[in-house]
Design a protein around this ligand. Structure first.
Ligand code: MN
Length: 169
């Protein structure tokens, strides 16, 4: 009987992407988006994604976005602006199925971004199934962790090199 092919966890050409957009709207937040099954599963994170392993940041689960949204940066005619603050690829850990992990309220990912690298965990803390579910996002204490690291001290787009102020003007 043939052996099943070993599962290859190495990135393929089609490794799923992630993006973090810094979005100045009525309130500043970072949109953290994981590509899962062709859409961007998204959380709005007021304090952003950090390398600081002691931080526990609120992440509000928002609607899935179309994949095309991942590259957008610029100013909105009605006000507000957005930059691509970080992007890269990601891998799922500790689960077989990313959508299933999100539905179950806990997903562990390894991010390979330009700013954010290492193991990031999202955990639902609020009532499931309601609009704008409350989650927490944290960075594990791993080789990429940096105590006190603040996303606001790394404000430039990884695409254009511009800040939100510069892209809005
Ligand atoms: Mn947003």
């Amino acid at each position: 009987m043939a052996q099943p092919a070993p599962r290859d966890a190495s990135p393929r050409n089609t490794a799923p992407r992630f993006v973090i957009q810094r979005h100045r709207a009525r309130a500043l937040h970072y949109d953290f988006r994981l590509e899962i099954e062709g859409v961007l599963v998204s959380w709005a994170v007021p304090k952003g994604i950090t390398l600081d392993p002691s931080a526990r940041h609120l992440a509000v689960h928002v609607d899935d976005h179309a994949r095309e949204h991942a590259n957008f940066e610029g100013a909105f005619p009605g006000g507000g602006d957005v930059i691509v603050w970080d992007r890269g690829t990601w891998e799922l850990h500790g689960a077989e199925d990313a959508r299933g992990a999100v539905d179950a309220g806990e997903i562990h990912v390894e991010l390979h971004g330009e700013k954010v690298r290492g193991r990031v965990v999202l955990i639902r803390t609020g009532e499931p199934g309601v609009p704008r579910e409350r989650w927490l996002v944290l960075h594990k204490r791993d080789d990429h962790a940096i105590d006190g690291w603040d996303p606001e001290e790394h404000p430039r787009s990884v695409v254009s090199g511009l800040t939100n102020d510069e892209i809005a003007s």
